[in-house]
Write a protein that binds this ligand. Sequence first.
Ligand code: AMP
Length: 305
Amino acid sequence: MNLIILGSVAFDAIETPYGKTDKIIGGAGSYISLAASYLTDSLGLVSVVGEDFPEEYLNLLKSKKIDIEGIEIKENQKTFFWSGKYHSNMNKRDTLITELNVLADFKPKVPDAYKDADFLMLGNLCPDMQMMVLEQLNKRPKMIALDTMNFWIDQNPDKLKEVIKKTDLLIINDEEVKLLSNSDNLVKGAKEILKQGVKYIVVKKGEHGALLFGEDQIFSAPALPLESVFDPTGAGDTFAGGLIGYLASQNDTSFETIKTAVVVGSVLASFNVEKFGTEKIANLNSDMIKERFNKFVSLTSFATL
Ligand code: AMP
């Protein structure tokens, strides 16, 4: 196994100004692994669902060559359920329902076949769960990437800091940089977090693209200017999936390769917002991805002085 992903597999119910869904497949782990599946076919997902989770959704993951041995199915229990509503400004959403169900006492179990992976993406979950995955591996992966959110920064800062110390690449948004550092300035904040032990930070700025920080280097990637965003759910996870999937496909962790990976992540995220839930990200092909990647290249190429 080349790439391991830890993340929620969920039922989501989403409402945006364009419409509403019933319970559909969601969860950070689903978005990350679907996005990464276009880049590598040696990936496994560590997660948990209840016995109410439809075979059809597990088959969707399998059809993308995502190994699901790491998804535990808990008898007599219900799958994690999340519901959110976006208003006309799609940058803001209200969480309507969070039912943790099987996630409440989830103890990730990493299958033996995953334990020598070179790439690991720790999706946004409780830092204790992220640590449990790290502790089960046979060797340290070449690249450990981590996503988190304001909730864990507030609730479990000590454990989160321990996990961050073991991480190479932190993928967070601009607000989270401010929470994790003591600075309101993104560049100063990122530099401060780099001192906590991570090698690279990718700061997601939504429709304004992403910034990559290394020790003495900064790279800026745009987001694709889109006329309409249908559903932003999972955009950050999809971005992370494209990014780590590309690194795993290149078997490389240099700053130059991470730059391209950030653009690949932006490409996948730009597709994700075009339809509800995972609908778009589950129906891509490599030509579509290459074509959009080239749009990003032309969007940012200009003559030198
Ligand atoms: P994002 O739009 O990147 O915030 O990701 C949305 C996804 O995160 C949805 O598919 C949800 O199922 C999932 N999610 C929401 N809250 C949680 C939580 N507390 N733990 C794990 N996954 C969550």
